[in-house]
Structures are given as structure tokens and as C-alpha cells.
Design a protein around this ligand. Sequence first.
Ligand SMILES: *Cc1c(COP(=O)(O)O)cnc(C)c1O
Length: 401
Amino acid sequence: MENIKELEKKYIINTYGRDPEVTPLFVKGQGSNLWDEQGNSYLDLVSGLAVNILGHCPKVVVDALQEQSKKLFHCSNLFYTEPQVQLAQLLVENSSLDQVFFCNSGAEANEAAIKLARKYAKLFVDEDRFEIITALKSFHGRTMATITATGQPKFHQGFEPMVPGFKYAPFNDLEAFASLVGDQTCAILVEPVQGEGGVHVGTVKFIQGLRNLCDEKKLLLIFDEVQCGIGRTGKFLASEHYGVQPDITTLAKGLGGGVPIGAMMAVQEVARGFNPGDHATTFGGNPLACAAAIAVLKTILENDFLVYVKRNSEYFVQELEQLKKKLPSLIKEIRASGMMVAVEIEGDSRGREVMKECLKKGLVINCIGGNVLRFLPPLNVTASELRFALDVLEGVLKKLK
Ligand SMILES: *Cc1c(COP(=O)(O)O)cnc(C)c1O
């Protein structure tokens, strides 16, 4: 197995900078737990970056995949398939959007949203509109258009020239967004809760203000719910916290419970912007991925599931606030929406050290921007698992002193 780390260095293009000294090699996952090749177990509070929302290898998804894999994996979008239509119906019936385009990732979902916004504006609003305003510290993906949409210069460096037609304003600053709207603006694209940028929760005033601004200026409001959607914040979609209905919503990460799938949803009026031939993908909406997503959604949307998420996330955040009171010189701020949780620690760069120490004690957490610890637990994590994580974190932080 040591060999795997050597082979990785040789055969995998180095985009992830894995450190063989400290990066585990995981061979198995079940529920909230992962096991490395030596049989050590870990509590996983990253969930494959908000992907494994029902934990690892959940029975409902395993069963759905097994069943579907005996019938039909893939046959292209030249033909009708049942799981694709059923999944679309489930998504539509549980949201304010009317129609769905399926793809394979978050970046692809946002790419589809950007194309639809431009096409809709050209066809139905004003030929000259193409500009999209996004937020600073946002994250929308790694394709050329979506890194351009991403309001963080570090993702642009070395890839210039960027795609024309994007402007950036500070998140939660409604006036700054309003001041950027011009004759060429066609849409505003934001994450209601920013993920990669450090878990920044949109204020009600800001998100509702964006809706009003868009109505007033005939712009489309696009919500990137790739990370915050599918129950992550304690509601099925984060937009529900704000009582705001966007024109387009993008989904991916948690949607397939670990199986790659993305979706771009639009209201009927806006969906008219796409006609046959305007957009397509070979794999998008394939029966295998859709069968997995149907199993995930049915679980998430069951009676008390989201109540459970809300209760557990409140417990977790309360306990973190307690820890902050105990360690005021170490913890700067707790930010959270449901099971999207960040602990910002003092100092610019101690986050990675904390992450590594937690790993040694059997706890997988994530670190962004040097000093932000991010927790994205599986939504069915138990209170006692969260207790274990809190105890490990407290021990590690105390040793930092
Ligand atoms: C992860 C993420 C993306 C990109 O998704 P990929 O599947 O990695 O392409 C886009 N938007 C948000 C908000 C994300 O968190």
C-alpha cells in the first residue's frame, strides 16, 4: 500500500499537493467512518466535501445502484430514461423551480446557468445583455467561465485572459451589487451561504434585496446551491431560509450522495431560453447517477430527516460556542448554517496544523484559507459522533497554547 503513494506521485498530475507523510490512504467507508489501509478508523466530518450526505456507502444508495446497474447504466440523452424524469419531478416538486437540466458536477451546473442567463437575456430581454455580477470570496467551479465567475483572484492567476462579462462586489453588500448593475447586466449569481470562501452566511436583508434589485432591473437571480443545497443548511434548499425564489438554482455535491451528478434548475419562463441544440452533455442525467440521487432525495425528504439535521447542527454549534468561551484567545469566530460550519481560529496559518493533529486523533476536518476549520458532517451524523469531534478539537486546540 505504501507503493500507492509512490505510484500516485509518478502517475497523477500534481494538482492536489497531497503530502504522503500526513495524508491517509482510505480504503473503506461506512456511515460517518473511514478506514485507512492499516485499519485505523476516522470520524469523517468533511463527507467528501459535502458530498456523502448520508455517510459512506448508505444502504439506500447501494441498493439503488445495484438495482439500476442490472437494468441500464447509460444510453445517452438521445433517448428517454425513467430515473432522469423521476428525479427531475422530485426536485421540481420540492422547490420553487420548474424544470431541470442534468450534468455531472457543480462547475458544469454553473456553466449551464451562465449560458442560460446569457441566452435568455438575448432572446427575451435585450440583445446587449451578457454581464453577470458575482460576489467576492465566492466559489463557482474550475472551468474557464466558472473560475471567472469565482470572485477570488488566486483562482484566475496564470489562466488569463478570463472570460469577459463578470463583475464582483463584496458579499452581503447590497449597495455594492446595485452600483455595478449597468445596461449590459443580465444576472446576479451568488451562493446564499458561501462555502469555499470561508462559510459566510448571506443576510436576509442582502438575499431579499438581491431579489428586489433583480426584479427592478430585469435581471435573473441565480443561486449556486452546489454546496449549501440538499439539506445541508437544515432546509432542503438554502433559499428557503430567505423566502426568496431564484430564477435559476444549481445543485451538485450532495445530490448523488457520492455519485457524481449536477443539476441546473430554472423557472419555466427562463427555461425557455434553451432550445434543442443549445446545451448538452453526454453523461448528464444518466440512469445510474439519477437512481442514486432519487434514493438520496427520498431519504432527505422523509418526514423528520431535516428536523434531525437542524437539531444536531444546533447542538454542534452551541457546543462550539461554549468551546469559544473556554478558549477566547484561540477561537475567533464560529460561523454556521445548519451542517455547514466554520471555526475561525486566531493567527493566519495554524489551521493546517490543527487539521493534521485532529487527523492523528482519528478526526477528519477541513481547513480553508489558512485559519478556517470547516466541518461538513454527513447529515445523519449522530450527537455522540459530534461529541467525539468536539472533544478531539478541544484537546488539539488546548495543546496549541
Ligand atoms: C464545489 C463547488 C462548486 C464546484 O463543484 P465541482 O463539482 O467541483 O465542479 C461550485 N459551487 C460551489 C458553491 C461549490 O461549493
